[in-house]
Write a protein that binds this ligand. Structure first.
Ligand code: AOS
Ligand code: ZN
Ligand code: ZN
Ligand code: ZN
Length: 423
């Protein structure tokens, strides 16, 4: 039986239960009339490097059936999108994903209903054919020739992106220092800005540059783009097409990420997200697996701030996942992440903003908390499933993925000892 009819059968079996749950929430909660449509419009990009089992520096345990080529990666994201209808984009990483034939790749992606989200550059590793080393940084390097090599690489990445129809580049720099005294902070900052300006100058007019920050790792004393303030001050120096990108795992413990998001958005400099979750550092865990309330609070700020500016929720920011795991089937993990993001978004759409503002103005702290927690404790899964169903997706993607034994088929096709390129 083909996938479409398997999905049809599966949905038919679950429809009565689903309708009961949907009725319940619709009777119980005041649901804005456009909520389901907003969920349907909201697409989350899948990173090409998350499709294989992630490793740690201690080891890597492949689950088999992993994609070895860009074509296979696109096919995996196409499969996710077929199931949840909300993963309609892929974010590529150069040089891991250089297309040999951009037109063929573009066509393949389009056949799966996929667009290309931000392309990612890589100056945190030395490639085999590379003349100079990034051991002491890339865009910040003391040697102009190393900086030039890193700038040229980023421009090359933009060109690959243009060929595929991507509209943005994400720059994440591992640049920094490992020991006190190693680096002149001001020079490193200035050199980085100077290098970024050259990359920025190569951006097509309808493109955006996202500058991702990260507190530490692989450098353990300083990171040159270490927090939102450093990224924000740099993107301000670049121009209107440069924005800060927030990766949820890139903050020091207990940072108030929702407040950072709110301010960047207010200042017009929030570009997008790398969604994931963490307990300790850049853990890249499944979105919503550790701090679902934090994820909801972030979306609460996003909906509030984007509406205040008349922004389009689906289109005006980059929504990407950056998670990969060591002990899960990567495709199941990604389905869980997408669902968690949709749940947080749906809940944020349910917040009674007038009531919240009134409670804030009256300094009714308890009422403010009641409003937000009331929504966060509402089970909105039936709304998310309804959006998926209306788009032709699967009622419960993870359950279906298991019942259809999709991993088994991938292992049959690709073998059990596969190593996907990536982190
Ligand atoms: C690194 O920590 C950053 O999160 C990057 O966004 C990302 O993981 C990397 O570009 C993927 O290789
Ligand atoms: Zn990231
Ligand atoms: Zn990261
Ligand atoms: Zn991360």
């Amino acid at each position: 039986m083909n996938l479409d009819s398997l999905i049809q059968d599966y949905n038919n079996q679950g429809i009565a239960t689903h309708n009961r749950r949907l009725d319940f929430i619709q009777n119980d909660v005041q649901i804005p009339s456009n909520l389901i449509q907003k969920l349907k419009d909201f697409q989350i990009a899948i990173p090409s490097w998350a499709l294989g089992t992630g490793g740690t520096r201690f080891g890597r345990f492949s689950g088999g059936g992993e994609p070895g080529t860009l074509e296979e990666k696109i096919s995996d994201v196409g499969l996710l999108h077929r199931l949840n209808k909300s993963s309609g984009a892929i974010s590529l990483h150069i040089p891991w994903d250089i297309p040999s034939d951009a037109n063929a790749i573009k066509k393949l992606a389009a056949d799966h209903g996929l667009a290309f989200d931000a392309v990612n550059s890589n100056t945190f590793q030395d490639q085999a054919n590379q003349a100079l080393s990034y051991k002491f940084g890339s865009l910040q390097h003391t040697d102009r020739a190393v900086r030039k090599q890193a700038i040229d690489h980023n421009i090359e990445v933009i060109k690959h992106g243009v060929d595929l129809g991507s509209k943005s580049i994400t720059v994440w720099l591992s640049d920094g220092s490992c020991f006190p005294g190693q680096l002149n902070f001001r020079r490193a900052y200035e050199r980085t800005v100077e290098s970024l300006k050259e990359i920025y100058a190569a951006l097509p007019s309808d493109w955006k540059l996202f500058l991702e920050y990260k507190a530490y790792e692989p450098n353990f004393y300083s990171t040159t783009v270490g927090d939102w303030g450093q990224s924000y001050s740099m993107v301000n120096k670049l121009g209107d097409k440069a924005y800060t990108l927030v990766d949820l795992g890139h903050h020091l413990p207990n940072a108030n990420i929702e407040q950072i998001v709110s301010l960047l958005l207010m200042e017009g400099k929030l570009g997008g997200f790398h969604f994931n979750d963490s307990k300790y550092g850049d853990d890249d865990l499944t979105a919503g697996s550790m701090k679902p309330y934090q994820l909801f609070l972030i979306f609460n700020e996003l909906v509030d701030g984007m509406d205040a500016k008349g922004m389009n929720h689906a289109k005006d920011l980059g929504w990407m996942i950056d998670a990969s795991h060591n002990v899960k089937d990567p495709l199941e993990d990604l389905l869980q992440s997408v669902e968690a993001i949709q749940i947080a978004y749906a809940q944020a759409l349910l917040v009674d903003r007038k009531a919240l503002e009134a409670a804030r103005e009256a300094n009714d702290v308890v009422r403010c908390q009641e409003i937000l927690q009331g929504v966060a404790r509402t089970d909105v899964r039936a709304l998310v499933a309804q959006a998926r169903l209306e788009l032709g997706g699967v009622l419960n993607p993870v359950e279906f993925y298991r019942s259809a034994e999709i991993r088994k088929q991938l292992i049959q096709q690709r073998g059990s000892k596969t190593v996907a390129t990536g982190l």
